[in-house]
Ligand binder design. Structure first.
Ligand SMILES: [Zn+2]
Length: 491
């Protein structure tokens, strides 16, 4: 593999496990890059491998602005400066630009500096337009960003990241992604999304990711800039993001915030530590609160849980049940539920990426009824042509003794809907685990499947009989189905 190449080895939904070749070795994705503040160094870079980090990120502008560090980085390289011999990405100072409105370096200078100090992946000085910016401003910022990206690309052959901007305007994000891809980069960050994450606007975040992914090359790595909280990682990976960076582990620790995969706690509100990392096994919350090493210890815990989640995500991708993990994680916060719903609204794009053969489908919450597998199955139902007399039944007891009377017999399985008995072993029907007393969303989805089948134009002359049990009693869709079938009965 040559530097900059990216090889995808396993896929699930839009998520994938990949190998990114850098001048300092191969990084397996999805990967979180802990952000090293070269001035503070809360957890030394040399310890980062212990938690699972394969790649780090640091801000080249902070180094550039500090005469002493700048000198060391120029003479001995940025790897030496940080005490890290693995893959390293540098940021350009765009963040400072977004916070302070201006910085004392040009795009060309900071790209050249990143190359001179031996960064593995450099970032151009793009303009990070905040979410909800006025359209005209977002567009003119973006035009300037594209000029700078071209300038950076012309200037160097090193691995470069071309950041996608465009604020929360989906058409600008898509345009930005297309133009950036046309210029050609080794990595595509999606930028200026931190305010969306800080304000729990996951629905809008999903829109930004989806719009960007639509126009980015499907086989290139994508970095969700500023994202590193484990709570969000499964959803972002499901949507096709491969790299993340976390300053959160240290920033949160500074405020005594304790990260978990389900959300964040304030240390003073914890009576117990719900984690088995070395820190949490050695301290009570009270002891941790009073410890002099609190900042580092809490940062360490935050890193342990972040990388634990990364490994869990990778295993889920291998097993083909990433969507189940996302669903579980997203039930931990109403805004994540919104994000999940938004993601599955885009089932079309997920479908296009999703390989067919998968692990077991577990029905675990009302969100399960919205999963891409269900949508795909309903699509298949819409093409199922039948003839003669057809029995559709929700219980096996309904079909006992009746099979000979019909040309086709189908059973209904929430949330999918009707399936021919011959398909009972195939995915997803055959590999699904669904509780018998399923929730209203599961029932609704199953009835939508029935409705889909009985309203196909090619099935107009089919004589449908629909037998359903008490779980479906009183559902409004029953009345709609009644209009399209010959016989219907509750039994
Ligand atoms: Zn812990």
């Amino acid at each position: 593999m040559s530097s900059g190449s990216f090889e995808i080895t396993v896929k699930d939904a839009m998520g994938r496990i990949g190998k990114l070749q850098t001048p300092h070795g191969v990084v397996e994705t999805p990967a979180v890059m802990p952000v090293i503040n070269s001035r503070l160094n809360t957890v030394p870079s040399s310890e980062m491998r212990k938690y699972g980090a394969e790649m780090l990120m640091t801000n080249s502008y902070i180094i550039y602005r500090d005469e002493e560090m700048k000198g060391k980085a120029l003479s001995g390289g940025v790897h030496n400066l940080l005490g890290w011999d693995g893959a390293l990405m540098t940021d350009s100072g765009s963040y400072q630009l977004s916070v302070y409105g201006g910085i004392e370096v040009t795009n060309s200078e900071i790209v050249e500096f990143q190359e001179k100090i031996g960064s593995d992946i450099a970032v151009a000085l793009d303009i990070p337009t905040p979410p909800y910016a006025e359209y005209g401003r977002a567009k003119s910022d973006l035009e300037e960003t594209i000029i700078r990206l071209k300038e950076a690309r012309d200037q160097t052959d090193m691995m470069l990241a071309g950041t996608v901007q465009g604020s929360t305007h989906p058409d600008l994000r898509e345009f930005s992604a297309r133009e950036t891809a046309r210029i050609g980069f080794e990595l595509y960050p999606i930028g200026a999304v931190v305010p969306l994450m800080e304000s729990y606007r996951y629905r809008d975040l999903v829109d930004v990711i989806v719009a960007s992914k639509k126009a980015l090359p499907p086989c290139s790595p994508v970095h969700l800039f500023g994202a590193g909280h484990p709570m969000l990682l499964p959803l972002a990976v499901m949507l096709g993001c491969d790299l993340f960076d976390s300053a959160a582990y240290a920033l949160y620790a500074r405020d005594n915030r304790y990260i978990t995969a389900d959300g964040t706690y304030h240390l003073k509100n914890l009576k117990y530590l719900p984690c088995s990392c070395p820190v949490c096994l050695s301290y009570t919350p009270e002891e941790l609160m009073q410890s002099e090493g609190r900042l580092k210890l809490l940062s360490e815990h935050n890193l342990y849980v972040t990388f634990e989640e990364v490994r869990r995500i990778k295993q889920a991708i291998r097993e083909g049940n990433l969507v189940e993990l996302v669903e579980r994680r997203c039930t931990s916060h109403p805004s994540l539920v919104e994000g999940f719903r938004r993601a599955v609204d885009n089932r079309g794009i997920i479908e296009a990426y999703d390989p067919i053969s998968k692990g077991t489908f577990f029905y675990s919450s009302p969100l399960s009824a919205m999963r891409p597998e269900v949508e795909r199955y309903h699509g298949r139902l819409g093409r199922m042509q039948l003839s003669g007399k057809v029995l559709v039944a929700t219980r096996k007891s309904h079909i006992k003794g009746w099979r000979g009377e019909y040309d086709h017999v189908m059973l209904v399985r929430p949330p999918f809907g009707p399936y021919p008995l011959e398909l009972k072993e195939t995915y997803p029907i055959g590999q699904s685990e669904v509780p018998y007393t399923v929730d209203n969303e599961g029932i609704t989805s199953a009835l939508n499947g029935v409705l889909r089948l009985v309203t196909i134009e090619a099935n107009t002359n089919v004589e449908f009989t629909f037998k359903y049990d008490g779980r479906f009693d009183g559902h409004p869709l029953i009345e709609e189905i009644r209009c399209h079938v010959r016989n219907i009965e509750s039994a």
